[in-house]
Design a protein around this ligand. Structure first.
Ligand code: NAG
Ligand code: NAG
Ligand code: NAG
Ligand code: NAG
Ligand code: NAG
Ligand code: NAG
Ligand code: NAG
Ligand code: NAG
Length: 809
């Protein structure tokens, strides 16, 4: 009991909320699934709102009246494949909405009827009833549409009780049939009758009564051994009151002669469509096919599907001709291992022929076949090889639809093709066609399926396929989209799974009519060439089938696996014209800037100087700091123009030397072996001070500028105070060329000592100058270390200030 309880818990409840939003909650569908759970009793704790309850494949043997009381909303109850032996339909009296009740495959022997007015589907087939369990009450179920029945004995009186019901389907699932009263079935009023035959039944009787009963008759499990051999074959070939127009025999195992007899019998009934599926036939062929009576028939369609042989020898020609001489509208013989087909040598009226999945070869077309009315020919899945042969055959027909898929077809360039102008659709998929196939196509073609072939390009010189609307080239070896110059009306193109790296622009220009394009699953190379393609999708929403999941980059490797949608290809890197324009503009701007600098800031002058300065610098770098210290020889470096030399020699130097320690003027300190720049730099570096005598002359001199520049750049004098400017004569700002911004800034800041015109002020001037030198001497002492002074003193015989006269050229 606890086990069962725990199993109940496992009964999964599936909420299938249909129309959750629009419907009120009580109308929701609730499915409770207790399928295959070894239940012995109906679970007691069913959700009351359950509408569908599946209890199939359990071990239920009894139903209690209380079992389904709680589930009053129940609409569908599935109880098939259980062990129920007795049924009282009153059990469901509280399930007023019950529409569907399946009790098939149980062990029912007794049914107590009760009129469930709402029931539409009641299945009692494959049970152990002794006779068909129909009671008067059943006749009250006026909504019944589908009724499944079984019973070992079938009598007229049973069916009489429901004769007035207009049923849709009666299903007779019989486990055994020990007695059948002839004429029972035709009492039923049903559109479709499906009988599953047990062994040892008289097939002929049931067939004859079945054909008298319903419009559609299906008979399953036809066994030649038990249902034919012990019963007399139907000799009476005429049948009055036949109703069936569609007859289906399924799972048939027969002798060929018996099958032939069935055909002959059915031929003279009302059957229009006769379908035989899953047939195995064997035995020897005794009957004379020429005796087949083709006259007086309603037959229009015969379908034989999934046929196997257990015969060693069949007279093929005669068997084929038996069918082709039937001269009906539709004939299907598929999946029948048929190696050949013969047609009578007179014109026949076949409209639709389907010989799919056989082993037909080119031999089929090597005989003249006259099928002037043929509209559809399906030869899918055979072993045909030559397309031109098919075309010759087709030329004598008015074929509209031709399916040649899954063959071994090829087309050689030198063969002629003659297609009828009636052809609209052709399925040439899964063959061995190369590019040349485009030279063997009917002009009138509208839908062409060439998928899974070996096509590499659509050739340029082909006939115009003016009507082509749909073209399938998937699973080929195309490296580009085809242009539409030869099929201007194309509106659907499928080209997925080819080798397209980047689709060319030609497609977008020539294929204006294309509404649907499937180009997915190609190895796209995500470079600039793909931009137009990606844009195409953006501007033609929904045109590309499978966008965006099927459109994935294969190259370059860093983008492999990225969806085309997510690839970013910037305008600048893709548009060559734009790129060139951008580069030219940038170059122009740079050029202009350069020209401007040269013109206004004398850039070449700076560059020249910079070059020389760095050269010197490199040379200086080689000498060590120690050596440099030793090299400091002078305290003052004076830069002046030669026009101001009188003032320098007669005013400046004497005044500086008034200090007790000041002395000597060293001239000619320039090393003739070095460049002037180098000399200047040397001097500046060997001095602790630099005095610049500024005057209009100085401004005019280029060399003086170098000196000024170097003094500013001097690496060894980090403190800028080591430069002292003396303004000898006022320099109007406009006189200073713009290329000397440093000098200009200096003049503007008035960071200089001005030589007074008034002689009386000279005393103050010299005092200031000496003061600044002194201050500076103190400050610079840390840099130009004392030892150096001492050394210098010895070397320069005690002179503290050394002067260099630089020839300001
Ligand atoms: C029922 O379940 C068992 C295992 O639990 C499985 O072997 C069996 O095939 C199932 N039957 C059906 C009809 O699903
Ligand atoms: C149901 O059938 C019984 C007997 O056949 C009959 O007396 C009764 O009137 C029927 N009920 C309805 C609702 O048709
Ligand atoms: C069978 O039912 C249909 C309606 O479904 C009706 O037209 C026909 O007359 C009935 N036939 C017989 C024999 O009762
Ligand atoms: C054959 O059918 C005819 C009516 O066409 C009938 O009179 C005769 O009894 C039938 N014979 C048999 C053996 O069923
Ligand atoms: C014959 O076959 C064609 C195509 O399969 C179908 O459209 C047509 O309805 C069939 N005709 C008959 C009478 O079954
Ligand atoms: C086409 O029909 C003509 C007669 O109309 C016949 O001579 C010719 O052999 C036929 N061709 C094929 C391929 O069946
Ligand atoms: C194809 O058919 C047309 C007309 O039906 C005929 O004129 C032409 O000669 C045929 N071609 C061949 C090769 O049979
Ligand atoms: C062509 O035949 C193949 C199978 O043989 C089928 O999958 C495909 O849908 C057919 N094409 C058309 C356009 O019917």
């Amino acid at each position: 009991m606890t086990l069962i309880r725990s199993i109940y818990v496992f009964c999964s409840i599936v909420m299938s909320v249909l129309g959750y939003v629009s419907k009120p909650p009580e109308d929701r569908e609730l499915t409770t699934n207790c399928y295959n759970m070894s239940l012995r009793k109906v679970p007691a704790d069913l959700t009351p709102t359950t509408t569908t309850l599946d209890l199939s494949y359990n071990l239920l043997s009894q139903l209690q009246s209380s079992d389904f009381r709680s589930v009053s909303k129940l609409k569908v109850l599935i109880l098939c494949h259980n062990r129920i032996q007795e049924l009282d339909i009153k059990t469901f009296e509280f399930n007023r909405e019950l529409r569907y009740l399946d009790l098939s495959y149980n062990r029912l022997k007794i049914v107590t009827w009760y009129s469930l007015a709402g029931l539409r589907h009641l299945d009692l087939s494959f049970n152990d009833f002794d006779s068909v369990p129909i009671h008067e009450e059943a006749g009250n179920m006026s909504h019944l549409e589908i009724l499944g029945l079984s019973g070992a004995k079938i009598r007229k009186s049973d069916f009489q009780k429901i004769a007035h019901l207009h049923l849709n389907t009666v299903f007779l699932g019989l486990r055994s049939l020990s007695y059948y009263e002839e004429g029972s079935l035709p009492i039923l009023n049903t559109t479709k009758l499906h009988i599953v035959l047990p062994m040892n039944t008289n097939f002929w009787v049931l067939l004859r009564d079945g054909i008298k009963t319903s419009k559609i008759l299906e008979m399953t499990n036809i066994d030649g051994k038990s249902q034919f051999s012990s019963y007399e074959t139907q000799q009476n070939l005429t049948l009055a009151n036949s109703k069936t127009s569609i007859l289906l025999l399924n799972k048939v195992d027969l002798l060929w002669d018996d099958l032939l007899l069935i055909f002959q019998f059915v031929w003279h009934t009302s059957v229009e469509c006769f379908q035989v599926q899953h047939v195995t036939f064997g035995g020897k062929v005794y009957l004379d096919h020429n005796s087949f009576d083709y006259s007086n028939t309603a037959m229009r369609t015969i379908k034989l599907e999934h046929i196997q042989f257990r015969i060693f020898y069949i007279p093929q020609e005669r068997v084929y001709l038996l069918f082709t001489k039937m001269d009906i509208e539709n004939l299907t013989i598929s999946d029948a291992q048929m190696p050949h087909m013969r047609f009578p040598n007179y014109p026949t009226r076949f409209k639709h022929l389907n010989f799919a999945d056989n082993i037909l070869t080119d031999d089929l077309f090597k005989q003249p076949i006259q099928l002037p009315h043929l509209k559809t020919l399906i030869l899918k899945g055979n072993k045909l090889e030559t397309l031109s042969l098919v075309s010759f055959f087709a030329n004598n027909t008015s074929l509209k639809h031709l399916d040649l898929s899954q063959n071994l077809l090829q087309y050689e360039n030198d063969e002629n093709c003659f297609w009828p102008e009636t052809l609209i659709t052709m399925n040439l998929s899964s063959n061995k066609f190369a590019d040349s196939v485009f030279r063997c196509l009917p002009r009138s073609i509208q839908i062409l399926d060439l998928n899974n072939n070996k096509i590499q390009t659509v050739p340029k010189e082909i006939i115009h396929l003016k009507s082509l609307r749909e073209l399938n080239l998937a699973f080929n070896f195309l490296t580009d989209l085809p242009g539409c110059s030869h099929f201007r009306k194309l509106s659907i193109l499928n080209i997925e799974m080819n080798l397209i790296l980047s689709p060319s622009l030609d497609f977008f220009q020539s294929c204006q009519e294309v509404k649907t394009l499937n180009a997915g699953r190609n190895p796209f190379r995500c470079t600039c060439e793909l931009r137009d393609f990606i844009h195409l999708e953006k501007y033609s929403q929904g045109m590309m089938i499978g966008w965006s999941d099927s459109y994935i980059c294969e190259y370059p490797l860093n983008l492999k696996g990225t969806r085309l949608k997510d690839v970013h290809l910037p305008e600048l890197s893709c548009n060559t014209a734009l790129l060139i324009v951008t580069i030219v503009v940038i170059m122009l701007v740079l050029g202009t800037a350069m020209a401007f600098c040269c013109l206004y800031f004398d850039l070449p002058w700076y560059l020249r100087m910079l070059g020389q300065w760095t050269q010197t610098l490199q040379r200086i770098r080689k000498t060590t700091q120690e050596q440099l210290k030793r090299n400091v020889q002078f305290y003052v470096f004076i830069s002046y123009n030669k026009h101001d030399s009188t003032w320098v020699k007669h005013e400046l130097i004497p005044n500086l030397e008034k200090e007790e320690n000041l002395i000597c003027l060293h001239e000619g300190n320039f090393d003739p072996g070095k460049s002037i720049t180098e000399n200047i730099m040397n001097c500046i570096e060997k001095s602790c001070k630099s005095i610049f005598v500024l005057s209009p002359n100085f401004v005019q001199s280029e060399w003086c500028h170098y000196e000024l520049y170097f003094a500013h750049q001097n690496l060894f004098h980090e403190n800028s105070n080591y430069i002292i400017f003396i303004l000898l004569e006022p320099i109007p700002l406009y006189c200073i060329p713009t290329r000397y911004p440093r000098l200009k800034a200096l003049m503007e800041k008035k960071a200089y000592l001005e030589w007074p015109k008034d002689r009386r002020k000279c005393g103050l001037f010299w005092a200031k100058l000496r003061a600044s030198i002194n201050v500076n001497l103190l400050e610079t002492r840390e840099m130009c270390e004392l030892q150096t002074f001492v050394e210098l003193n010895e070397e320069s015989q005690g002179s503290v200030i050394s002067l260099i006269r630089t020839d300001c050229l």
